[in-house]
Design a protein around this ligand. Sequence first.
Ligand code: SF4
Ligand code: SF4
Length: 227
Amino acid sequence: MIVGDLKPLEEIVSAIKEYKQVLVLGCGSCVTVCLSGGEREVEQLSRELSQLQHYQGTPPKFEVGCILRQCERDLVLEYQNIPAGTEAVLSLACGAGVQTLADAFEPLPVIPALNTTFLGASDKAGTWTEKCKGCGDCILIHTGGICPIARCAKSLFNGPCGGSKGGYCEVGQGIPCAWAQIVARLKKTDKLHHYEEIRAPKNWQSGGAAGLRKRVRTGLGDGSKSN
Ligand code: SF4
Ligand code: SF4
C-alpha cells in the first residue's frame, strides 16, 4: 500500500487559514489502512483544525467527506457532495489522489494534508516499512523476495557493501542489512545460485528515468485472439 503521514499541523494551518470554508476529504483505501487518511482521521483533523488557538483570526468552517479512492478519476467525478461555499479542499490522500482531485475539481484549490512516504507493508500493528520503490522491472525472483532497491540503504544490486555487520546495515538504528537478509533467504530456500548469477545492468527507464511513466492495461486478455 501507499503509506502517508500527516503533515505538521502548523504547515496545514498555514495553507488553509486564508479560506472561510474548507472541505476535509479522506480517501478510503491505502491511507485508511495506514491510519492516516480515512474517515476517522478526517473527523479528528477537522476537530483539531477548528481550535481557535491555531489562528490569529477566525478559523475556517470545516465540512468533511471521504471518497473510496481519490486516485480514481471516475470515483472523484461521481463525488457530488462538495458543500456550497467551499473555498478549498484539504485532501488526506496520497500525492496521486491529491493530483486527481486537483484536475477534477479545478479551479478549486486542493491542499495536501499528508506527506506521501513510500510503498510499504505493515509488519506489526501500527508500524509500516518500505518494501518497494516501484522500479517497473521487479527482480524479487532473484533476491529471495526481498527488494534491494527499497530495503538496502544504497540500493545495491550485487551483494552487501563493506558496512554490513552482524546482519545489520551501517546506517544504524537497528536496520537490518537487506543483502544479509537476501543471502540468508536464498540459502534457506536453496536458491543461492541466484546470488552467484551475473546479470545485465538494470535498465532504469522503467523506474522513471525516461520521464513520466504511464501504464496501459496489459495482462493475458480474454484469449479471443489466440491461434
Ligand atoms: S524490484 Fe522493483 S518492483 Fe520489485 S519490489 Fe523492488 S522496487 Fe518494487
Ligand atoms: S550494509 Fe547492507 S543494507 Fe546497508 S548499505 Fe550496505 S549492503 Fe545495503
